[in-house]
Ligand binder design. Structure first.
Ligand SMILES: [Cu+2]
Length: 155
């Protein structure tokens, strides 16, 4: 007589049990891995963006008033990409123009606020990359170049 194990109720029960155990093992293994990766991401330190006038790149903030910049001196690392934000706190229109690597205004390599004319209360930004060599780079307000000047120290 040939014995067919697959047709035995006991065998069927064991197989069902094994299938459930294997399935649950995969589900729990997956959940455990998922939990670990989430935890890892949460504990990872976020990339710190430089902020403030003393930053070495990233974000630089300048406030314009009638008729001065604050601060008048910024510091960045050579070759660093920086976003310079100009906030106009004065009633007059201002802007901010950064001289190019030649440190001379209006020679095609300047970086200037967008928009060019920053009206009262408005904020404008400049995407600027510092020269790769250390030195002082001038900035000014095109509307008041005699009164509103500053220096970016490239280190
Ligand atoms: Cu001005």
């Amino acid at each position: 007589m040939k014995l067919d194990f697959a047709k035995l109720p006991v065998f069927e029960g064991v197989m069902t049990f094994l299938v459930i155990v294997i399935a649950l093992t995969f589900v729990f293994a997956f959940k455990a891995t998922e939990g670990k990766s989430e935890k890892g991401a949460a504990t990872g330190s976020p990339t710190a963006a430089a902020t403030g006038s003393g930053g070495t790149g990233g974000g630089l903030q300048v406030t314009a008033a009638d008729y001065s910049f604050s601060p008048t001196e910024l510091t960045v690392k050579a070759g660093a990409a920086a976003t310079v934000t100009l906030k106009n706190d004065g009633p007059a229109t201002h802007n901010l123009r950064i001289a190019g690597a030649d440190n001379t205004f209006n020679t095609d390599d300047d970086a200037v606020t967008d928009p060019l004319a920053v009206t009262a209360g408005q904020t404008a930004t400049i995407t600027w990359t510092a020269p790769t060599t250390a030195g002082d780079i001038k900035f000014q307000c095109d509307f008041h170049p005699q009164q509103m000047q500053g220096t970016i120290k490239v280190q």
